[in-house]
Design a binder for this molecule. Structure first.
Ligand code: TZD
Ligand code: CA
Length: 528
């Protein structure tokens, strides 16, 4: 008879979860000992990096990822990173080792007291199975919950003496279980929506991360073309759902109430697809919508639909909705939009490399299908001004705003992508939260390129401090960090550059090397 551990490995294999991102402890060793040969273990040195690597892997792969943490301490270290997985709807299956079942109540060392409560409210679901025999079914339940809409992370705590117990025969059914969502708009809902779009004088599309996550970018382009409507990316963009050189592309909406309303002025219908309404950041109160505008949101997430402060919402699959809308709306009601004006040349500054120059070098020299994981907060405007992104899955940014995602997520994304170069664009502040992922890149030979934009300060906070009138707050600068030596210490080749020409040649060398590389670029401070 198979034991709980064997059945669990079979179950994980049946869901293509054969990569384990983890950092082990005593509670996890009984599960990990004798790991089957078709599984691989990716060791991260801090659980924040472990979780963000798994997240990057899941996002790039368009699937779920398995994480194994050590009890409460390991879970606690991962929670900051987990805030991003909530808002990127990453179906992470997080397991944590627990002390021997009969000793948890005594609070022995490394017992995870109230384990299922610990990761709340960040996880969609959490549990510690009621008995060893229910471990495989509980993990199966976790996997299905994580992957059904709205997707999101889940957590299962497993006492380590459970693994060797006999599994019940009915656990075999779990290996064949499949669940799938079937949330399409009804014919009547579709007809209403088509009617609204056809009747609108001046409709606008606002696209969010779910469009890119559902590989619906081309459907969005078809809809925009048929409507000849402009397209914005929803505020606080964590992905890029629309080609940035398309005639309709207008940029990323500002993350403030008044900024959104001003940008959408003149539109009578705002169709928001695959985004919350809205993820604001700066508090700039005002009217939530331009006068006379109707807002309709399409999302797979009932919570996103319910918590919006205005508008109507339809909950269902956004890809299905976009492709059916694109086929059904009346084309040719407006003349096609003219091509975008030529891009302004990259800004320069006297002394230091301007981020726009750096991004222009990337645009011209990195592979056209490169994947960018960005976590440099003061360079948002520079990035969107200079980059061309045209493909699905080309851009990832921390979805909750929690730093420590970017560098490890770039490593995880590169692990998922044999065929696309992943380039991390990481601030000299952000880099530190997940820096240990460099060691994982070196040890597992993951050829990610990490560009560290070194302006010596928490640039976005410098800008925010002006917005909030708090310019004399302490703790806003990060001078004196040598990333070349840090990267070298973790086993990753690194170079420092100061000019666009130096960056161009360092980038070319990194691309040629097929090895992980860090490029530290001294850059000018800019505003987001
Ligand atoms: N800690 C965590 C975990 N997440 C955060 N978002 C912050 C602190 C606050 N924070 C921001 O929101 S932006 C920022 C901080 C510290 C500055 C990041 O600096 P950077 O990038 O060097 O990475 P820029 O380009 O200089 O802004
Ligand atoms: Ca910085």
């Amino acid at each position: 008879m198979a034991d709980v551990r064997e059945v669990t490995y079979d179950l994980l294999r049946s869901h293509d979860l054969t990569t384990i991102f983890g950092n082990p402890g005593s509670n996890e060793l009984p599960f990990l000992a004798g790991m089957p040969a078709d599984f691989r273990y990716i060791l991260g040195l801090h659980e924040g990096a472990v979780l963000a690597m798994a997240d990057g892997y899941a996002l790039a792969r368009g699937g779920s990822a398995l994480v194994n943490l050590h009890a409460a301490a390991g879970t606690g270290n991962a929670l900051g990173a987990l805030t991003n997985s909530v808002y990127s709807h990453s179906p992470l299956i997080i397991t944590a080792g627990q002390q021997v079942r009969s000793t948890i109540g005594q609070e022995v060392m490394l017992a995870n007291v109230e384990a299922p409560t610990l990761p709340k409210p960040l996880v969609k679901w959490s549990c510690e199975p009621a008995c060893a025999q229910d471990v495989p079914r509980s993990i199966s339940q976790a996997i299905h919950i994580a992957n059904l809409p709205a997707k999101g992370p889940v957590y299962v705590s497993v006492p380590y003496d459970d693994w060797g117990r006999e599994a019940p025969p009915e656990a075999a059914h779990l290996l064949a279980r499949r669940t799938d969502a079937a949330g399409s708009l009804s014919a009547a809902q579709l007809a209403d929506l088509v009617g609204a779009l056809d009747a609108a004088e001046n409709p606008v599309l606002v696209l969010g991360p779910e469009v890119d996550a559902r590989y619906a970018n081309d459907d969005a382009v078809r809809l925009a073309d048929r409507l000849a409507a402009p397209v914005w990316i929803a505020p606080s963009a964590s992905r890029c759902p629309f080609p940035t050189r398309h005639p309709g592309f207008r940029g990323v909406l500002p993350a403030a109430v008044r900024g959104v309303t001003d940008a959408l002025a003149g539109h009578d219908l705002v169709l928001v697809v695959g985004a919350p309404v809205f993820r604001y950041h700066q508090f700039v109160p005002g009217e939530y919508l331009p006068a006379g505008a109707r807002l309709i949101q399409l999302t797979s997430d009932p919570a996103e639909a319910a918590r919006a402060p205005m508008g109507e919402a339809l909950v269902g699959d956004v890809r299905d909705a976009l492709s059916r809308l694109a086929a059904a709306v009346t084309a040719g009601r407006r003349p096609p939009l003219p091509p975008l004006p030529e891009r302004a040349p990259a800004r320069t500054s006297g002394e230091r490399l301007h981020p726009e120059e750096l991004f222009a070098v990337l645009r011209e020299n990195a592979p056209e299908d490169a994947v960018y994981v960005k976590e440099s907060t003061a360079t948002a405007a520079a990035f969107w001004a200079q980059m061309d992104l045209s493909r699905q899955g080309s851009y990832f940014f921390p979805a909750s705003g929690g730093l420590g995602f970017g560098l490890p997520a770039a490593v995880g994304a590169q692990l998922a992508h044999d065929e696309r170069q992943v380039i991390g664009l990481i601030g000299d502040g952000s880099a530190n939260y997940g820096i240990t992922a460099l060691w994982t890149a070196a040890q597992y030979d993951i050829p990610v390129i990490i560009v560290i934009l070194k302006n010596g300060t928490y640039g976005a906070l410098r800008w925010f401090s002006k917005v909030l009138g708090a310019t004399d707050a302490p703790g806003m600068d990060v001078p004196g960090i040598d990333f070349v030596r840090i990267a070298g210490g973790y086993g990753v080749a690194a170079t420092a550059v100061r000019t666009a020409a130096e960056f161009k040649s360092a980038l070319a060398a990194a691309l040629r090397s097929g090895k992980p590389a860090v490029i530290e670029a001294e850059t000018e401070l800019t505003e987001p």
